[in-house]
Design a protein around this ligand. Sequence first.
Ligand code: AMP
Length: 481
Amino acid sequence: MKTFQDLGLSKPILQALAQEGYETPTPIQTQAIPLVASGRDLLGIAQTGTGKTAAFALPMLHRLAADRKAPLPRTCRALILSPTRELASQIAESFKSYGRNLGMSVAVVFGGVKYGPQERAMSRGVDVLVATPGRLLDHMSQKTIDVSATEIFVLDEADQMLDLGFVKPIRQVVSKLSKNRQNLFFSATMPGEIGKLAAELLKDPAKVEVKPAATTAEKVEQQVLFVEQVRKRALLSELFSDPKFTRTLVFTKTKHGADKVAAYLEAGGVEAAAIHGNKSQSQRERALQAFKDGRVRALVATDIAARGIDVDGVTHVVNFELPYVPEAYVHRIGRTARAGASGVAVSLVADDERKLLKDIQRVTRQTIPSWDRRNDRALGALDAAILAANPGRKAKTPEPVEQPRGHGRPKRDRTHHAEGAPRAKYDPMAGEFGAAKPEGGRPEGQRAPKRGGSYRPKRRRFGQGGGGGGGGGQGRRTAAD
Ligand code: AMP
């Protein structure tokens, strides 16, 4: 598997990526970066969420830095056209982050705001200019920017440009660019008119394509459980009290996290093993074999380690933490529900991961049903019991979450999956789940589901295998239903 270093990026960029916490390139990055860095035109079929911004921004910065020169006043060396102001801002932010050790200047212009600050930002010339087409044309006609010296031109989200009626303005911009430039063209789909525009713009382009994330995600039953970060381990342990979690892949962000989660599960009586880059080949093989044989119910892995795993019959995928890249979510959950089998993916989402969840839902074009398990005392009790059975570990208490009005105190048990229950509405504009779910985890007015359906928490047997059993409530079920 390729690393960012293998892709030939310069040291200041590699350092910026490390600062961003990027460990491995996404598929589109692996494919596109060497091609763009070599100066070729590129046709990229990919949507947001695949890591496509870095796929063009990184090699562009690399090239600009390799041939560093001061841009002339009111010119730009690289021009990126984006359909919306939000995307333009995001792209500009990405260039700033990835180029932070290069001293590149970045400006962004879009409509709906004053011209003055934008003119000033471009007056001395900029290395990278990100713009929406309409406002850029305004600046061009005011001569506050001259694009004729542009060395690299990017058209992002071309199909959305078409939907928004930007094809004509784009042609006007392109007519003013120098002929001697590199072109990068990105679109999620290729309707006829976009194909035509691409053919006009690109010279002998390399083509890279990544599969739309939405298609694979649809087959898997997905659920989100909101929970405090420190309660995740107890919730995970509780999930395993359902015997249906027979062969479960648990994903963590870090290697250290994978070890800790596996050890905690073991402490709570769930046979678990961790698999990641720091393990030796033979340790990995043993863990994998035990997972395949059913001796281990939970295989805890990082994304990288999981790539090499090909196991049939994975019943559940649990995202202990959400991945940064939505595409990785799709890869993860695609580990279950293979070859026509059914599969369930459960994501444990802390409050600070809601933006990642929002990105995932946007990219996969779906609303994942969710249940609120925050402020759940049963989880606290379970955590305490597991810890009591394993005195080396320390209890962690989360800050209480403010309860939505009218829902009263937290109840003891929350059945987080009610079959056939109406699902919480996700408001993509607000980026939040609408109606707060009632404290029982069931939408209001719903009766608790009968046992025997999908999984639901039962009071687990504390301390099994963890030496000496745990506190009270052994083997009892809670009284929610
Ligand atoms: P994009 O498809 O460009 O909108 O990127 C989606 C998200 O993934 C952004 O929040 C990026 O910061 C993040 N991202 C892109 N590439 C990587 C990577 N190689 N590792 C981790 N995160 C990434």
